[in-house]
Design a binder for this molecule. Structure first.
Ligand SMILES: C[S@@+](CC[C@H](N)C(=O)[O-])C[C@H]1O[C@@H](n2cnc3c(N)ncnc32)[C@H](O)[C@@H]1O
Ligand SMILES: [Zn+2]
Length: 1008
């Protein structure tokens, strides 16, 4: 047993960089990975879960209290693993253990026998009874917010006992299958799954063949590509507008295919659009889509239908995914089939053709079948569940849900008639084949995920994309419908195969146990847990229960009467439990109280206290945090500390591959901070504020240095500093000032932000800036410090920022179906952005007054601060007449005076402005002249070093080389600040950004 006071490895060291690398890579592993068992939103990577678990389960060999058995066993076993040399000293041993942890985090090693055996044996050596006698009880690992189950699954891998729970029934079902059923059934389950898959495919094909007719030449449709339609409302037009984001079908080189359209005008009828499949040579050959951000453009007359009209027309068709036929079976409206994707016997690749009568006929038959199904159900007095999910979607405005405003109000509305028939048929066949055995249930979830009208067609490589590519249910204009017994995504056989691959690759472990529970009211006895490791929900980040209902409604039809598929807290609720879900969503209530921020924080506080209760006094905990605002941290940490926890270490681990522009521009956190915590002893002393404050800068300084060495940057680094800071603060029962006043956590955290901000400034600009308040000698001005801090915070972990601004994300669905114009990321103002809360935290203690720089350096809107791109500053700096007026004057006055710009900048603020000179320069991304901003400054400001650096960049942009040279020369004579700042910016501006390009080019012009 590890003595209580012996430090665990994770309390002294952790291989951050290596584990981050493996964790980030894990997302791209598909076949057989446990995360493919069933979709769950924001799963933790297994790599980081495994590594953190081991580092918590193992003691630090350098600790004098470390059990000798553990050290002896480590020396004996580690040499079995390549590269983990236990050396001779305790320090060597620690190093070797960390190396093992780092290597084992690699998915390729996760099922290797040696790694498994060594890790389990060492867990046993650490937790077994002294003397190594019998009666070993593996440590119990508990995760009360277990979701998709990464943490408990890894606990089983390491030979621990695991108890996983979640409030959500779909999560519980996943946990049951993963932690209980698969270990119990063993590999024979994989075979069984393949058998069932093949059998059901055959059965389904028999029953559904007429709904998915083959082509006369033997080609088989694998997907139908659809567009919802609206009518053009222009008085002389009235054409049907097929809503399509793009007319590409396949962008694969050598197999490029797209649709070409032409307008046909017949007398007395509205014009109509006809299509043809063709092989485009270049991007330009393909016409642009007809819809973007809910605005539809008529291909016949070019008139644009505004979002409200598109919404209202689609709402009248309940979303418009179904075809409207007349009495003769002719299509008169509704969804329009754009193309059919085929496989041809003996031929490679996918083929595309236009729809024919036969294709629509199948759809008509499907509609008739649905009508019959519903009639029978109604005729039977609506006994039992409606065959098609008629449960309501959450109300309009629910986080992440876009479809309701288009008239999709019941879960069944997300499916075409044919998809409804297919899913109902498969659920029946599934039930007949495997009864209500929950083990097979993930197959039906995958069927629903790949057979809804939220599925889209990906053009390169061409394939169907499932419903959930994001943590949301977005609106789709064009969508793809698959054939459920074909060879592509959406077929039952493939869904069963995906599950069997997970089973096959699953290593043999003991079974864990899973249950449904509220984390705030946990069903375990006090003091029973060795390790509490959890990744709680975060404010309004993901509407888990609403999203999960997509699966819930089909699962309850597939496993009728299953005890998990009901709301144990509210029998009248036909969907997953909502009331107790910890989420910030003001549209929901708990006991009459809206689920606002404060409610969320209260509930999390209760859950942390409950975690502390179930933990054994020798036990240890980890809570994963990935929050983007400092306020969120303050509240949740206060909850943890009040709940009786002490933070003893913290490790930021990257979990996202940071290559998205979104991440680059807005400093989205790429790491999750793992806070290691222990129960605070009842006799913890009272801390002295002065002592705490003295300790803080050194601890934070050392930590920043270490983390930067591991590639942690920017906002990730900021938040990662909270851990060590809290180690100092939380070890005390409370902290008091000399006059006996208790210091609140918020007050302490303010100091933490200040220390972090100063250290950052010291790094990028130098010590004068770090100490500076306003006007301090030797420091650049406030606006430069603000800009430098801003850019510093914006840096991303690993420095892997995207170079290509047009990077077409493969795994992130473009959100152009988003009709919320302001909220949309498209068309948003240019410039780098940070959350206001983060900027404010730094600014205040460093003497930067944000309001003073509004409109001049930054712009704050809706809680987001935007650093004004220099193109937008051009007008302030150079006035109406632009850079060229200033440039010409600079050239004329070349090298006279020591500060030539001082009198020239901000000309509009001065009484007499110079005459207009047309600009000839352009900055990429701005329209025409570089003067863009309409901002008027309140008072004529003095030009600061920042202004002059920006002015120089603008001269560079405008190609005013002579003026630039004159300026640079003068600046060199003037003093070092200009170059110091410019060099700092060159290091800070994101790679690939226009600013980076300009500043580097400008610096090249500096005379040497
Ligand atoms: C961040 S997720 C956990 C993800 C998990 N670590 C994984 O790898 O998949 C948080 C989970 O908390 C669950 N949850 C929300 N409120 C809860 C409550 N009151 N009790 C228990 N679980 C709850 C959600 O259903 C969600 O699955
Ligand atoms: Zn029109």
């Amino acid at each position: 047993m590890i003595p209580k006071d012996c430090k665990r490895l994770a309390e002294v060291d952790f291989p951050i960089a290596e584990v981050s690398r493996h964790a980030a890579r894990e997302k791209s592993i598909r076949h057989g990975h446990p995360s493919t068992l069933h979709l769950w939103w924001a799963r933790r990577p297994l790599a980081s879960s495994r590594a953190v678990l081991l580092a918590l389960l193992w003691p630090d060999p350098c600790d004098p209290l470390c059990p000798t058995e553990f050290k002896a066993k480590t020396r004996e076993l580690l040499p079995q693993v390549g590269g983990c040399n236990p050396g001779t000293t305790d320090k060597d041993l620690r190093k070797a253990l960390l190396k093992f942890i780092a290597d084992f985090a690699n998915w390729d090693n996760a099922a290797q026998r040696t790694y498994l055996e060594v890790s389990r044996a060492l867990v046993k050596a650490a937790h077994g009874p002294a003397g190594g006698s019998d009666g070993y009880e593996p440590p119990l690992v508990v995760d009360p917010f277990a979701g998709g189950g990464s943490i408990p699954l890894e606990a089983l891998r390491l030979g621990c006992e695991a108890f996983a729970s979640d409030l959500n029934p779909v999560a519980c079902l996943i946990l049951k299958v993963m932690l209980e059923d698969i270990p119990r059934h063993g590999p024979k389950l994989a075979e069984e799954l393949r058998r069932v898959g093949a059998e059901i495919k055959q059965q389904a094909e028999k029953e559904l063949a007429d709904l998915y007719p083959k082509d006369p030449d033997g080609a088989t449709p694998i997907a139908y590509l659809w567009a919802r339609t609206v009518r053009c409302e222009s008085p002389n037009c009235g054409a049907e507008i097929p809503l399509a984001r793009s007319f590409w079908l396949c962008k694969k080189v050598k197999r490029r295919r797209a649709l070409k359209h032409r307008v046909v005008r017949l007398a007395g009828e509205p014009p109509c659009v006809e299509f043809e499949v063709f092989e485009p040579k270049t991007e330009k050959d393909v016409a642009g889509g007809t819809v973007a951000r809910a605005k539809a453009t008529c291909v016949c007359c070019g008139v644009v239908l505004p979002p409200e009209r598109v919404r209202s027309q689609l709402a009248a068709q309940r979303g418009g995914a179904d075809v409207v036929f007349d009495g003769q079976g002719r299509r008169t409206g509704g969804a329009r089939m754009l193309a059919v994707v085929l496989l041809k016997p003996g031929e490679m690749g996918r083929h595309y053709r236009l729809p024919v009568e036969r294709d629509y006929e199948a759809v008509r038959k499907s509609q008739a079948r649905v009508a019959k199904m519903l009639e029978e159900w109604k005729g039977g007095g609506e006994e039992g569940l409606c065959p098609v999910p008629n449960e309501p979607l959450p109300p309009i405005g629910t986080l992440g849900f876009r479809v309701q405003r288009y008239g999709m109000l019941q879960w069944g509305d997300l499916f075409t008639a044919r998809q409804k028939v297919a899913l109902v048929t498969h659920a029946r066949l599934h039930l007949a084949a495997v009864d209500i055995d929950q083990t097979y249930a993930p197959i039906m979830s995958k069927m629903a995920d790949t057979n809804s009208t939220v599925c889209t067609w990906q053009i390169d490589p061409p394939r169907l994309r499932a419903t959930f590519t994001r943590q949301a249910l977005p609106m789709t204009w064009d969508f793809a419908e698959s054939c459920p017994f074909g060879d592509g995504a959406g077929s039952y056989e493939l869904c069963a195969q995906a599950l069997s691959e997970v089973v096959e690759r699953q290593i043999r472990t003991e079974a864990g146990s899973a249950g449904q529970a509220d984390a705030g009211d946990f069903p375990l006895p006090t003091g029973s847990v060795a390790l509490y490791f959890t990744d709680p929900p975060y404010y309004d980040a993901i509407p888990y229960s609403d999203l999960s209902d997509f699966f819930f409604v089909w699962l309850k039809r597939t496993l009728p009467g299953h005890n998990l598929l009901r709301d144990p807290f509210d029998p009248t609720n036909g969907l997953s439990p909502k009331k107790r879900e910890i989420v910030q969503d003001e549209t929901k209530r708990d006991e009459g109280r809206p689920k606002d921020r404060a409610w969320f924080e209260d509930k999390m506080g209760l859950a942390f206290a409950e975690g502390r209760r179930v933990l054994h006094e020798d036990g240890i905990g980890v809570v994963v945090f990935a929050h983007k605002t400092t306020e969120g941290w303050e509240a949740l940490l206060t909850g943890m500390i009040r709940g009786g926890w002490v933070i003893t270490a913290s490790w930021p681990i990257a979990t996202e591959l940071e290559s998205r522009n979104r991440a680059r521009e807005s400093a989205a956190l790429a790491t999750s901070i793992h806070l290691v915590c222990r129960p605070r002893p009842d006799d913890a002393p009272t801390g002295d504020w002065a002592v705490v404050l003295r300790e803080l800068p050194n601890r934070v300084g050392d930590w920043m240095e270490r983390l930067q060495g591991e590639g942690v940057r920017g906002a990730d680094l900021v938040f990662a500093c909270i851990g060590p800071a809290l180690e100092i603060f939380s070890r005390y029962a409370k902290v008091e000032t000399a006059d006996g006043r208790e210091v609140a956590l918020a007050e302490y955290l303010e100091k933490v932000w200040e220390v972090v901000g100063r250290s950052a400034l010291a790094q990028v600009l130098g010590t004068a800036e770090a100490k500076a308040r306003n006007g301090a000698a030797g420091a650049v001005e406030e606006d430069a410090r603000l800009t430098a801090l801003f850019l510093w915070t914006l840096q991303s972990t690993d420095g892997e920022t995207a170079d290509d601004a047009n990077d077409e994300g493969e795994d992130e669905e473009p959100s152009d179906e988003d009709d919320d114009e302001e909220g949309s990321s498209r068309g948003k103002a240019k410039g780098f952005t940070l959350v206001f809360d983060v900027v404010r935290r730094f600014a205040q203690p460093l003497g930067i007054e944000l309001p003073k720089w509004e409109g001049r350096v930054i712009e704050t809107k809706k809680g987001v601060v935007r650093l004004l791109p220099i193109a937008e500053r051009a007008k302030q700096l150079f006035g109406e007449d632009g850079a060229h007026a200033v440039a010409s004057r600079l050239e004329q006055e070349a090298a006279v005076g020591t500060n030539p710009l001082q009198g020239m900048l901000f000309p509009d603020m001065r009484p007499s402005a110079a005459p207009a000179i047309r600009g000839r320069g352009r900055i990429r991304g701005t329209r025409g002249n570089i003067d863009v901003s309409d901002e008027r400054l309140a008072a004529a400001p003095e030009a600061t070093t920042l202004d002059r650096v920006h002015a120089a960049m603008l001269l560079q942009a405008g190609g005013r080389t002579n003026a630039l040279r004159a300026l640079l020369k003068a600046e060199q004579e003037r003093g070092p600040d200009f170059l110091r700042l410019a060099n700092a910016f060159s290091a800070l501006y994101p790679r690939g950004s226009e600013e980076k390009r300009l500043i580097d080019a400008m610096l090249l012009a500096v005379p040497r």
